[in-house]
Design a protein around this ligand. Structure first.
Ligand code: NAD
Length: 328
């Protein structure tokens, strides 16, 4: 009883103090620290995949460009979680190989796929129809992952290669989404994942066509999200914006401060994306520190942002770019 009395007196004092300048400062300070700690623990849990996750067992997951790199890696991870996998790619040999790999590990009819050029709407339509017929199920999760990079500066690039980047990395997202969205809305269930890039937020020397295409992909995802929100749709979206990943696509690209901005491993990036899908995250920038660049760009004058990007070597990161070779 005595203890309760003391506690009530203390609470009364604190409230009285709230009306003094010192008291207010104390309360605001404690509230700010508590909010900061709450945010930090949420970020740590999210980053490590410790938030509540949805099940993808028996879900039909359609992955473009899934014959290699993070697409292949994600396909294997989702298959392990019990999903039915469809993969489309232009690389027939690698595609057959990954389908066989998944089916031998997780059961005969776990994965299917077909050769498809995602920049061709007819090819996309046919491929989706084939996969839906195979699994006898409309698509639950679409992962727009297929991508290309030229790595050429504007005047050294060709018309063909510039159009290819935009068509595959951005326009193709319209073709796939337009094929699956009606069913998802009707089923009140679905998830559209955009594999964009941090190059969809910051410009880089030597990546004009790639950055234009990835800024487009980020914009596509955001517009889609707002369309879905306006109708209170149950269909989810996730936009993934990674820094360089060691899949071979960006071979030769360099990070000036690898401790701050590490080149991500294929396994880490794929696991992080799978967790982001299962946790239904909306936008993922990785590594997390790159949110800082986006914040500086939004708040400070352009000259400060430009100098910062040059200091951190972002503008020179493509100077030794080689890209994918036969061996990578
Ligand atoms: N590797 C990185 O550093 C990095 C960084 C940020 C974002 N990304 C993005 O991640 C995605 C996957 O990249 P990755 O690193 O796994 O590269 P990757 O080259 O291993 O995979 C890309 C796949 O897309 C396929 N593809 C290309 N054109 C296609 C087309 N027209 N139709 C169908 N398939 C096609 C390729 O055959 C390949 O299998 C891409 O969208 C890429 O832009 C990669």
């Amino acid at each position: 009883m005595d203890k309760l009395q003391t506690y009530l007196t203390k609470a009364q004092d604190a409230l009285k103090n709230f009306y003094t300048k010192k008291g207010r400062k104390g309360v605001v300070g404690i509230a700010a620290i508590s909010l900061g700690l709450l945010y930090l623990q949420y970020q740590i849990r999210k980053h490590n995949g410790w938030l509540q996750k949805k099940s993808v067992r028996d879900e039909h997951i359609f992955i473009t460009g899934g014959a290699s790199g993070i697409g292949r890696n994600m396909a294997l991870r989702f298959a392990k979680l019990g999903a039915k996998i469809s993969i489309v790619d232009i690389n027939e040999i690698a595609l057959d190989k990954v389908i066989k790999e998944i089916n031998s590990q997780f059961g005969d009819k776990t994965a299917t796929g077909t050769v498809c050029d995602v920049s061709d709407p007819k090819s996309v339509k046919n491929a989706i129809q084939l996969c839906v017929n195979f699994h006898m199920k409309t698509i639950d999760i679409l992962i727009n992952n297929a991508g290309v990079v030229s790595g050429k500066q504007i005047l050294n690039n060709t018309e063909e290669s510039i159009c290819r980047s935009i068509n595959i990395n951005t326009t193709a997202h319209h073709w796939t989404v337009r094929e699956v969205l009606r069913d998802m809305i009707q089923n009140k269930h679905g998830h559209i994942v955009t594999i964009a890039s941090i190059a969809g937020w910051v410009g880089v020397r030597g990546l004009a066509d790639y950055c234009a295409s990835k800024f487009g992909a980020v914009g596509f995802d955001e517009s889609l999200r707002f369309e879905l929100r306006a109708t209170k749709s149950n269909v989810k979206t996730t936009c993934i914006c990674p820094y360089f990943i060691n899949t071979g696509m960006f071979d030769g690209a360099k990070s000036k401060f690898p401790l701050l901005f590490p080149i991500l491993s294929e396994n880490y990036a794929s696991q992080r994306i799978v967790n982001a899908v299962l946790q239904e995250e909306t936008v993922v920038i990785m590594p997390i520190i790159l949110n800082f660049a986006i914040m500086v760009k939004a708040i400070f004058p352009t000259s400060i942002y430009d100098n910062m990007m040059e200091f951190f070597g972002v503008s020179e990161s493509m100077d030794h770019f080689k890209g994918r070779t036969q061996s990578s």
